[in-house]
Design a binder for this molecule. Structure first.
Ligand code: SAM
Length: 212
């Protein structure tokens, strides 16, 4: 279903500058309409963020593609995602052959993402909790991708990146953030590239924004 729309979405991503073939192949494979509520399905392949309940969103496909391209994960690498949401970003990483670990703070969203992973037979380790603390048990990670915007880079996450690994994280105020692409050169030494003008829902937790 929606094969034509999926191909068109891949063309849109290419026209916006996404080049990594492994990322584009994953977008051609993963059925985004399975990750959005029924009434949104007809918009699933439009390049926009869509509501998924609990005041949260499935990110815009271009943003997912941009962050994934920046992370550049390789097959069998271990990647930690903070903010499972609908589960779509995790499924994109899974389609790239990555070992995915993902954390969501809303129990209902966590449960519905796990249900979709099970129905699709995807081997993704998903946990309910505060992702700003990371997932120490399986650390270090070759990559960490944070899909919500925080006021600063959580120290726990910084520590859980493997040397030679990367983290992609939006940092800023609650409305607008800069995407930080952080490469860990050695323990305590990081290279940071910044890309402005992203807008994510807030990262809420011990090392994020405080809940009202
Ligand atoms: N990656 C998601 C997708 O593909 O649908 C995008 C989800 S949305 C833009 C960001 C998610 O981060 C929300 O579901 C939100 O509840 C979650 N979130 C915010 N703060 C969090 C935290 N401290 N730990 C885990 N999840 C968090």
């Amino acid at each position: 279903m929606y094969e034509r729309e999926r191909k068109d979405l891949v063309e849109t991503l290419k026209s916006k500058g996404i080049k990594n073939e492994r990322v584009l192949d994953a977008f051609a494979k993963v059925q985004r309409h399975l990750f959005v509520p029924d009434i949104m399905k007809q918009h699933a392949y439009t390049d926009v963020a869509l509501p998924i309940g609990m005041g949260q969103t499935i990110s815009q496909p271009y943003t997912v593609a941009y962050m994934t391209e920046a992370l550049d994960p390789r097959p069998n690498q271990k990647i930690l995602e903070i903010g499972t949401g609908s589960g779509y970003q995790a499924a994109i990483l899974n389609a790239m052959g990555v070992r995915v670990f993902t954390i969501e703070r809303h129990h209902d969203l966590h449960k519905s993402a796990v249900k979709i992973f099970d129905e699709m037979n995807l081997k993704i380790a998903a946990r309910w909790g505060d992702g700003t603390l990371g997932w120490q048990e399986f650390a270090p990670y070759d990559g960490i991708i944070v899909t919500a915007g925080g006021p600063s880079v959580p120290e726990n996450l910084r520590k859980q990146i493997a040397v030679g690994g990367k983290m992609v994280i939006p940092v800023g105020d609650k409305k607008i953030q800069t995407l930080q692409i952080i490469s860990k050169i050695s323990d305590g030494q990081f290279n940071i590239k910044e890309v402005p003008y992203f807008a994510f829902v807030p990262l809420i937790g011990k090392e994020g924004w405080k809940e009202k």
